[in-house]
Design a protein around this ligand. Structure first.
Ligand code: PEP
Ligand code: MG
Length: 619
């Protein structure tokens, strides 16, 4: 969230009035609403940045000189790579969160411009179909984008949003290549005076990478949506943003004063004196809220009644590490290692994995890192893993119930052995725990433990120094079977972590990725809550550490209930840590326990949500 105030930014730009002319009437304020994308409020003069028209591509054009087209394509790729590198060089001026988001996106672009499927497709269209380079680029990027959108629409939910983002990446890189093929200039944000509100029809993610957050106080666009990549990046930059404010470019003029309220999604052009006054108060309120959350980072996560909690972060990409440090999280409660196997043709070998884990563990400076071995399977496919022998074929009917998680690793133990060995080697860098995904029966855990010890013995024989005791080996509780068998599993697992994302899916028989059944997906369903309670109590009876690392761990409304059920450790997306900490510091254990008691008597989700909402309103 970004806030700003200051005299220059709040007064409309004055235009000179000819002598003797009547004073111009103050234009009435215009209110528009759009997607509230990045929290915060800002006031400033508008700078309209309209898109220069995209180059026309003749769909009928053919070339009988494919070598020449390939050469032009090669040059356009080189120019695009250089531009991406220049954008990367500019990252240092951005706040840390922005560096992470934009850095990862630029990496995606760079990979697409490398020897990728995209490049192979464009080449084929030039050589096989006699297309011009421009047409080949447009057809190939569009066909990849369309395929993603189709798949995304079928799967629905968060996957649909991810597919949309990825489709946008293909289109973005396609437009960049076409502009570079025709040497059409890109629009520039470099001449923007400090304090400007940037108004555009649409912002591409690469445009967001050009924004200097010390000059631009807010962003408002006519198109776009709050889950696309541009939105994610503006969020990382902390610039108050409203996207999809229809009618914006028709009403906004250069220099007009604009209020952007990224919390409510409102945009006001030529605000009245009262609107301006209210907006100034909003700016000050947001500045205070931001400061307060920042101060929380250093405060302990403790209930008002004294009990200490552990608030950790989930990590999906190493690039998120600085965010974790900023959030005040006390360790990584779930390191999803799938990133190592994504977009890769070959598996990273033992030493490469060990180096990556050691770097992450070292960065956590004494706080524990919980590494989950790869949770692959179901609808997710990895070329690297398939080449390494993990064949998931045959699981097309019910992939979520087929070969996935630990059962897949046990069928193809070489991948598991390599990962165990890499984690063990890296464990000299700091405290680490090893976690197994999708456990359903005790023998699976035993088999994995045998492999773990065998790998450790092999390493020791080879002279690798490991500590006297190996890092704890624990399990995820993501299936009703694991929750119900918590007692038996807790006897053999050294720690447990409840994964409510999958636990909800398997308990309610509702696919977590399906838009069609999304209204039935309720992590607060009493059946799920009973399983959370059963697993927690089972672990506590055996004195085993237990945490919760599904999405609900980052919801400040739900955490009091989870504390009341006996949980003390939560792992969540890094940005949620300060907000959860703020709420828990005001809670007493007795209040949480009473809430849990009432909730566990409820028989449906509406009753549960009513109780937790009432509790939140009263705290
Ligand atoms: C879960 O299932 O709750 C979980 C944390 O694992 P993932 O979201 O990676 O499946
Ligand atoms: Mg899971």
């Amino acid at each position: 969230m970004k806030t700003t105030d200051g005299p220059d930014q709040t007064s409309p730009r004055r235009r000179r009035r000819p002598r003797g002319a009547a004073p111009a009437a103050t234009p009435p304020e215009i209110r528009l609403s759009g997607d509230a994308t990045v929290r915060g409020m800002a006031i400033g003069p508008v700078m309209l940045v309209l898109e220069s028209p995209a180059p026309d591509i003749d769909a009928a054009a053919r070339s009988d000189n494919p070598e020449h087209e390939l050469e032009r394509l090669g040059e356009a790729i080189e120019r695009s790579v250089r531009q991406i590198e220049r954008l990367r060089d500019r990252l240092a001026i951005l706040p840390e969160d922005g560096q992470i988001e934009i850095g990862s996106l630029l990496e995606v672009y760079r990979r697409m411009l490398g020897p990728s499927r995209l490049q192979r497709g464009i080449h084929e269209r030039i050589v096989r179909d006699g297309r011009t380079a421009e047409l080949a680029v447009r057809e190939e990027t569009e066909s990849l984008a369309q395929a993603l959108l189709r798949d995304g629409a079928e799967i629905g939910g968060e996957d649909a949003a991810a597919a949309q983002r990825r489709a946008g990446e293909f289109r973005e890189i396609g437009q960049r290549l076409v502009r570079n093929l025709g040497r059409t200039p890109f629009r520039s944000f470099s001449a923007m005076p400090a304090g400007t509100v940037l108004v555009a029809e649409q912002l591409r993610p690469a445009d967001a990478a050009l924004i200097d957050p010390s000059r631009i106080v807010a962003v408002a666009t006519e198109e776009g949506g709050s889950t696309d990549h541009t939105a994610i990046m503006l969020r990382a930059l902390g610039i108050p943003t409203v996207l999809a404010a229809h009618g914006l470019t028709a009403h906004a003029r250069d220099g007009a004063t604009m209020v952007v309220d990224g919390t409510t999604g409102h945009v006001v052009i030529d605000p009245s004196a009262e609107t301006l006054e209210a907006a100034r108060r909003g700016v000050a309120d947001h500045a205070r809220e931001r400061q307060a959350l920042g101060r929380l980072r250093r405060l302990p996560a403790r209930l008002s009644s004294g009990e200490k909690l552990q608030l950790q972060a989930n990590l999906e990409l190493p690039a998120e590490l600085p965010l974790i440090a900023q959030s005040g999280a006390s360790g990584i409660g779930l390191l999803r290692t799938e990133f190592l196997f994504m977009n890769a043709a070959t598996m990273p070998d033992e030493d490469r994995q060990a180096a990556i884990y050691a770097e992450i563990i070292g960065t956590m400076a004494g706080d524990t890192t919980t590494i989950r071995v790869v949770d692959w399977g179901g609808e997710k496919h990895s070329e690297a893993l398939e080449r390494a022998g993990l064949n998931q074929e045959g699981d097309t009917i019910n992939p979520a119930l087929g070969m996935r998680g630990l059962r897949l690793l046990l069928r193809y133990p070489a991948v598991l052995e390599t990962q165990f060995a890499a984690i063990l080697k890296a464990s000299v860098a700091g405290p680490v725990r090893v976690m197994l995904p999708m456990v359903t029966v005790v023998p699976e855990l035993r088999e994995a433990r045998e492999i773990y010890h065998r790998v450790a013995r092999r390493l020791r024989r080879k002279g690798v120094q490991l500590g006297d005791t190996l890092p704890p080996l624990g399990i995820m509780v993501e299936t009703p079977a694991a929750a119900i068998m918590g007692d038996a599993l807790a006897q053999e697992a050294e720690f447990l972590a409840i994964g409510t994302n999958d636990l909800t899916m398997y308990t309610l028989a509702v696919d977590r990725g399906s838009a069609e059944v999304a209204p039935l997906y309720h992590p607060l369903h009493p059946a799920v809550l009973r399983l959370i309670q059963a697993a927690t109590e089972a672990a506590l009876r055996q004195y085993r550490p237990i945490s919760l690392c599904g999405e609900i761990a980052g919801d400040p409304r739900v955490v009091p209930l989870l504390i009341g059920l006996g949980l003390r450790s939560f792992s969540m997306t890094a940005s949620a840590v300060p907000r959860v900490k703020k709420v828990v510091r005001a809670l007493s254990f007795e209040d949480c326990r009473r809430l849990a008691h009432r909730v566990m008597e409820a028989s449906d989700v509406t009753e549960v949500t009513g109780l937790i909402d009432d509790f939140a309103a009263g705290t």
